[in-house]
Design a protein around this ligand. Sequence first.
Ligand code: UD1
Ligand code: CA
Length: 466
Amino acid sequence: MFATIILAAGKGTRMKSDVPKVLHPVAGIPMLFHVIKAAQAAGSERTVVVYGHGGELVPQKTAESFDGIAFALQETLNGTAKAVEAAKTAIGTYSGDILILCGDTPLVDAALLANFLEHHRRAKADLSVLSATLNDAGNYGRIVRDWNGKFRSIVEARDASPEEKQIREINSGIYLVKRDVLFQTLSEVQCTNAQQEYYLTDIVAHALYHGYTCQAIDGKAFEKTLGINSRAELAQATQILYRRKAQELMENGVTFVDPSSTYIEATVQVGRDSILYPNVFLEKGTTIGERVTIRQGCTLIGCTIGNDGYLKDGCYLEGAVLGDDVAVGPYAHLRPGSVLENHVKIGNFVEIKKSHIGEGSKASHLSYIGDATLGRDVNIGCGTITCNYDGFGKHRTVLEDGVFVGSDTQLVAPVTVGKGTIIAAGTTVTRDVPEESLVISRVEQKVLKGWAARFREKKLREKDGR
Ligand code: UD1
Ligand code: CA
């Protein structure tokens, strides 16, 4: 078991943002949340998030999404060592190993942490640092080893000598340290460096001085420890996460026309033999059944889709629940509270909100269905509108089984139409209708024979001045 301290107080200057860096979303959730999830999934007993820049926003947003996280305020942003020290009270009497993570490395996962933990335990180390080897070590801290490869210290890029700059093994910013060793060495860290900051990385040299066992382990997984310091790195991490998810789904039998342009969040499930076209966004725990086709440009947020569905191009679905064999679109809008039973068909430019659509019912074109309950096999004609709002309250429309709604009908709610009724095209339904009726409300048709020809002739004469 272990406790975790996640450093998330820094400014993130290079992001050029008003939002604290760790709250920037990566594939749907703030980067900090990915880190917390990884720590929890790896078995963290106690997790402390150190915050500072951005004030209460970081703890507030985090507490909305996670239970049992402790927070520690770093009042002065004077370095990663001081950030870890700020967590001391929140860590309490916990006496085992402490895992230290940065809130700006959203690609870490439980497998990487579990593996690191195992290496740390097997070596009976007091302090372990997870390293990686890069072709270009950039601004990362360098792992300094002596002539026989023994770990000596970590040197920040800014403080490195020209020789140290050449080192390609870098500090990922992930550490495991015994509690007592951690807080003892932290108290010894000075700020005599290029940035005049208290560097967490300096605990290595102090721990070695006291004779503690220290090791740097190359996790051979640099991609997972990528630190986000700029918008370009943010985009890079986002792409990696989406690619990872697409890979996982393909391994489970989902077809992608182009995995690099399909954007699926980690919380989403897709059943086998489903087919996803490009520019599809699946978000917030959306669940898709088997053999579902989702064509290009569809966005699904928090939806549940049964088996054998077909979503044509350009649909936007939020909080909708669809049964089996449901067809939607192209260009349909299903808003929260839309429930479509099996075999329902929704066509182009149809908007549905907070409505229950019974089995086999159809709305094929250009309609608005809001706050309605439709029975089975209801047919909604083109241009039907539920007039559900009177400027003050919302009212319900009920269409019982087998109702046929002619084109261009307005249903002025609250209103109930009994089963089997036929509503004639162009009708405005304002009162309840008993079952098996015909409802019609139209001005009677008048025909003036030859009127158009006489009208045109008159107009032409006037134009010619005749
Ligand atoms: C740090 C490491 C570097 C390592 C790199 C890996 C130090 C001194 N350097 O550098 O060796 O290669 O991470 O990504 O530790 N933070 C605080 N309070 C502070 C300063 C920072 O909470 O006062 C937090 C930041 O929010 C961030 C993390 O600590 O989540 C790392 O800080 P950052 O400034 O990004 O350090 P790097 O320069 O990337
Ligand atoms: Ca960083």
